[in-house]
Design a binder for this molecule. Sequence first.
Ligand code: FAD
Length: 313
Amino acid sequence: MSSGHCLVVGAGVSGLSSAIRLLENGWQVTIWSSDFSPNTTSDIAAALWYPFLSAPVEKTNIWGSETYDVLKVLSRFPQTGVSMTQTYEYFREEQSDPVWKESVDGFKRLNEGLPEKYVECFSFITPVIEMPIYLQWLMRRYEELGGNKRIKKVDSFSNISDEYSLIVNCTGLESRALVNDDEVYPVRGQIIRVKTNIKEMHLDQQISTLAYIVPRSSDMILGGVAQSNDWSLDSRIEDRDYILEKCTKLIPELKNAEIIEDMVGLRPGRSEVRLEKEILLGRPMIHNYGHGGSGVTLSWGCADDVVELANES
Ligand SMILES: Cc1cc2nc3c(=O)[nH]c(=O)nc-3n(C[C@H](O)[C@H](O)[C@H](O)COP(=O)(O)OP(=O)(O)OC[C@H]3O[C@@H](n4cnc5c(N)ncnc54)[C@H](O)[C@@H]3O)c2cc1C
C-alpha cells in the first residue's frame, strides 16, 4: 500500500538515495531535477568514503557509519562501481584516533617508511565509489522500483501541485537561492583524472596540504583543493600544478602519469547538514542538503532519516 506520492527535487547522490529508500518504504516517488548524471556535482566527487568538511559530527558519525555498511554490501556487486580499498592517510603531526575509527574495517596505525615530512599514518579499508558508474546504478535501481523522473527546474516550492503529499528538497548548493539559505556556500574542488595502475588509496586530508590519490577501475583521481566561496567552474592550470606537486610528494611515480582531464565541482558547504522537516503551506517538506565534502559518505544514513521524517507526516 502506498504511503502517498512524494516529489523529490534533485537527482544527485542525496536525491537518488532518498528516492530509493522512500520507494522501498512504500512511497510513490517522482523526481524532478534540472540536471541528471553526468551533469551533477555528485558526478565530480572523487569519491571515497571519508567524513570531510561536514557537520555536526555527532550526526555525521552515525550517517557515515550507516553509509559505510551499505557501501560495503554494494561492493559485492561490481555493477555498482563500489570497491573496498586499502587506504593510507598520512599526517605531519601526531594524531589521536579519528572519531570514525570504529566505523571502518582494519584500522591500524603505521609510523615507519612514510613519505617525506609525514610522521604518522592511518591504514584502513574504505569504499571507493566510482560516481559515473554508481549514479547510473542508483538510477537503474530507482527505476526498477517504479520511480518516475522528469527534467524540470523548480523556481519555487510554493506552487507545486497538491498531487504530491510530501516534497523532499535535495538541491545541494542551489538551496542557497531556492530556499534563501545564506548558510549554504560553495567550496570549490578541482581534480585530475589520470591513467595509472596504482591499486591503493593515499590521502592527506588536512585542508592546507590536501592531497588524495583515488584508484578506480580504469583511471585514477588526483585531488585536490577546497576553496570556500569560490563560484568558478573553470579549471585552473595553477590548481592542476599544485595538485600534481602535492600528490607526487606522496607517490613520486605519479610524476609521469598521463593526464586525461581536469574536472571542477562546487561542494555544497554549510555550517551543518540541513536534514529537517518543515510545513510549507500546509504540506510537509523535508530538506536534505549541505553535505559539504561528504555527500556520498553520508548518503544512505541521511536517506534513512528522510524516510523516518516522511513516515511521521
Ligand atoms: C572535487 C570534489 C570531490 C569530492 N569528493 C567527495 C568524496 O570523495 N566523498 C564524498 O562523500 N563527497 C565528495 N564530494 C562532495 C559531494 O560531491 C557532494 O557532497 C554531493 O555530491 C552532494 O550531493 P547532492 O545530491 O546533495 O547535490 P548535487 O549532486 O549537487 O545534486 C543536486 C541536484 O539538484 C538539482 N537541482 C538543483 N537546483 C534545482 C532546481 N531549482 N530545480 C530542480 N533541480 C535542481 C541538480 O540538477 C542536481 O541534480 C566531492 C565534491 C567535489 C566537488
